[in-house]
Design a binder for this molecule. Structure first.
Ligand code: HDE
Length: 703
């Protein structure tokens, strides 16, 4: 096409002019100029180090002509961009990471020779990645899902990866079923939805045909699957592992993480709303806490038992669908992990970190759990395609922090330049080359093996309902209610009735009361499929340690209280409430109709951190609302303020208020537990006590 000679070229093409040691002046495409500070006079370069003179315009044949292939700067930049994403993890795609350290309380040498557990003076660096399982990388944080809790310990004897979850059991017993369970929960392959959700036919179809998943189903339908924060959830290694001491004595072990801030979860209605208000709620929460110096801490616990004891349990310790109740084997707290540094770069660290359960250190060993055995293969394999080759251990986040040397060479993305002629062993040409070491090396524990190669599920794995029942019987009434509601929601969304009825049959085997509640709500009386269990369930002694609520002492530490201000509020009360919240180790977020802030009764403006429209009460653990008569009237006519209060009430949170009769009336606020008039007898102290309690379940609507 000939150039339109008659038309004046559009806005002059932008040009950037370096002003040495100061700033560069950039002309925008509209002709406007911007100053860019560049005090260190750092030139922008290509990946080959060539300084770039113009980062605004590609090389073109004339001002309005086509772009030239010759523009190697454009091609390099676009090519790099095109390859910026690595394939996302097939499971646990969405995550958040943090650096920190682990420190044992005392030496555990009597039971394990693991160096990182031997000396209370030694801090072992760690990198942790929390994640959801089912959703894609861009899915919302508050999906009903298991949370990954993976810890990489950079020990002095190599990396130990404890790749666990926030739920102590798993869906399946054998690794061969993993692709099936994951395919069933992921978006259905023909339509590509739903995203990050288990409430669909394929998931429940598979589950209803897989009775071994019933115990896990109880957990994922419970509030454990919608945690309030990564900082407020437990972690579990799930499988039975082995501890090995210097003398070669082995014992079984299960690993636990206990958050210092205690357990907290949100309600389903909150989860749904948080996903809309802040899809990064968990990731932001972790990041902000660490940035503020409020470092998350977890205690590390071991449940240690020997083979003789394992024989006496009613279930098989190699079966990952079973817990060992803490009432049978107490959890000993042996150390703490502190997360004290945010990643510098999300991609380089959180995305590229490669966990492998096969990364083990001397003093630990695997068990024959068939799920764990499959994982020993899977993770290394997945890193090859996700990180593009066998040298992923050279990436900074994956490199051991102790020296490592071997004779492996080459491979795609090799980042080392190994020297010398010798890349084999044994050799006599390189006396300094690394050699095997009987003394320091990893040795597999002594465990006799025999038997024919068979494809069978051990008889000792066949009780699928007793621990599901144990879980349901052990949790608190509000947890039971939420669990039933979750089942009603999930099964209510199914399109295929036969799947729903099959699941109801399983529920009848778990607990009659639970089954009746769900059946009643779904209107499926008399329709549940009759399921004959492989092994009839038995009643086990309830285990209060399985509870989410009441397991940890009440605390407001680490929580966030939203303080909503209406015009004419009492500044003295506001300051008092904020300082008492902060004394608890919690954060007060000031909210006002306008982000600029709100005026107190004296007419003084107090700045706000958040605008009401952008901060519904679901993102807080407790709320306070303060206003004068004029502000109260305004708030009462603002639907955002009304739903702020209504939701806080509905979600059973502590509410502190002063001067809001009109808003309270509009929101239908009644005198109830946890609703505290700050100018009344209980005052600010009463509110703080209520906020520490957390939720007032007695207020939960009977539905
Ligand atoms: Fe995983 N799992 N998994 N898993 N898993 C992965 O590895 C797999 C299982 C867990 O933050 C993948 O690097 C198989 C149990 C976490 O990077 C993959 C089986 C538990 C993470 C994989 C299981 C977990 C993963 C995908 C059955 C709790 C995230 C990307 C035998 C104890 C780690 C990757 C991170 C990630 C396979 C079962 C936890 C595909 C085959 C049980 C926390 O390798």
């Amino acid at each position: 096409m000939p150039p339109k000679k008659t038309m004046k070229p559009k806005a002059p093409s932008a040009e950037s002019k370096q002003i040495r040691g100061g700033a560069s002046q950039v002309k925008g495409n509209g002709g406007e100029t911007h100053q860019q500070a560049n005090p260190a006079d750092v030139p922008l370069t290509t990946n080959q180090g060539l300084p770039i003179s113009d980062n605004q315009n590609s090389l073109r044949a004339g001002e309005r002509g086509p772009t030239l292939l010759e523009d190697f700067i454009l091609r390099e930049k676009i090519t790099h961009f095109d390859h910026e994403r690595t394939p996302e993890r097939i499971v646990h795609a969405r995550g958040a990471g943090a650096h920190g350290y682990f420190q044992p309380y005392r030496s555990m040498k009597a039971v394990t020779k693991a160096a990182f557990l031997s000396d209370p003076a030694v801090k072992t660096p760690v990198f942790v990645r929390f994640s959801t399982v089912a959703g894609e990388r861009g899915s919302p944080d508050l999906a009903r899902d298991v949370r990954g809790f993976a810890v990489k310990f950079y020990t002095s004897e190599g990396n130990f990866d404890l790749v666990g979850n926030n739920i102590p059991v798993f869906f399946i017993q054998d690794a061969l079923k993993f692709p099936d369970i994951i395919h069933s929960v992921k978006a259905e392959p023909d339509r590509g939805f739903p995203q990050a959700a288990s409430a669909h036919d394929t998931f429940w179809d598979f589950i209803s045909l897989m009775p071994e998943s019933m115990h896990m189903i109880m957990w994922v339908m419970s509030d454990r699957a919608i945690p309030r924060s990564f900082r407020m959830m437990e972690g579990f290694g799930i499988h039975t592992f082995r501890l090995v001491n210097e003398a070669g004595k082995t014992q079984f072990v299960k690993f636990h993480w206990r958050p210092k801030l205690g357990n907290s979860s949100v309600m389903w209605d909150e989860a749904v709303k948080i996903n809309g208000a802040d899809a990064d709620f968990h990731r932001r929460d972790l990041w902000e806490a660490i940035a503020a110096g409020d470092f998350p801490e977890y205690e590390f616990g071991l449940q240690i038992f020997d083979e003789a004891m394992a024989e006496r349990f009613e279930f098989d310790v190699l079966d990952a669908t079973k817990v060992i109740p803490e009432e049978l084997v107490p959890v000993q707290m042996v150390g703490k992990m502190v997360l004290d540094r945010n990643p510098d770069n999300f991609f380089a660290e959180t995305e590229q970190v490669a966990f492998c359960p096969s990364h083990l250190v001397p003093g630990l060993d695997f068990s024959e759990d068939p799920l764990l055995q499959g994982r020993l293969f899977s993770y290394l394999d997945t890193q090859l395609s996700r990180l593009g080759g066998p040298n992923f251990h050279q990436l900074p986040i994956n490199r051991p922090k102790c020296p490592f040397h071997n004779l492996q060479r080459d491979g795609i993305h090799q980042m080392e330049v190994p020297t010398g002629r010798v890349a084999y062993e044994p050799n006599s040409l390189a006396p300094d080359a690394p050699r095997e070491s009987m003394q320091r090396g990893f040795t597999t524990s002594v465990r006799p093996m025999e038997g024919n190669p068979v494809r069978v599920r051990s008889e000792s794995f066949s009780d699928h309902y007793s621990q599901a029942r144990l879980f349901y019987k052990s949790i608190t009434p509000p947890e039971q209610k939420h669990l039933a509601n979750a089942l009603i929601f999930e099964l209510g969304k199914l399109e295929t009735e036969a799947i729903r009825l099959r699941m109801l049959g399983h529920l009848q085997l778990i607990d009659r009361g639970l089954a009746d509640t769900v059946i009643g709500a779904l209107g499926a009386e008399g329709k549940a499929e009759k399921i004959t269990p492989a092994k009839a369930p038995i009643d086990l002694k309830p285990s209060p340690a399985l509870r989410l609520y009441g397991k940890f002492p009440p605390t407001l530490a680490g929580r966030k209280v939203g303080v909503l201000l209406g015009a004419g509020f009492n500044a003295r009360v506001m300051k008092d409430v904020v300082s008492q919240i902060e004394n608890e180790g919690a954060k007060a977020a000031i909210i006002a109709g306008k982000i600029e802030g709100e005026h107190d009764a004296q007419g003084q403006l107090h700045p706000a951190e958040m605008a009401l429209r952008a901060s519904p009460s679901v993102v807080f653990d407790a709320v306070v609302i303060l206003a004068g008569p004029e502000g109260d009237k305004k708030l009462a006519s603002d639907p955002n303020a009304v739903s702020f209060l209504m939701d806080a009430e509905r979600h059973c949170k502590a509410v502190g208020f002063s001067g809001i009769p009109a808003l309270s009336k509009q929101a239908g606020l009644a005198e109830q537990a946890g609703i505290v008039d700050l100018s009344g007898k209980a005052g600010v102290k009463g509110f703080i006590a209520a906020a520490r309690t957390g939720r007032f379940w007695e207020r939960e609507a009977e539905k």
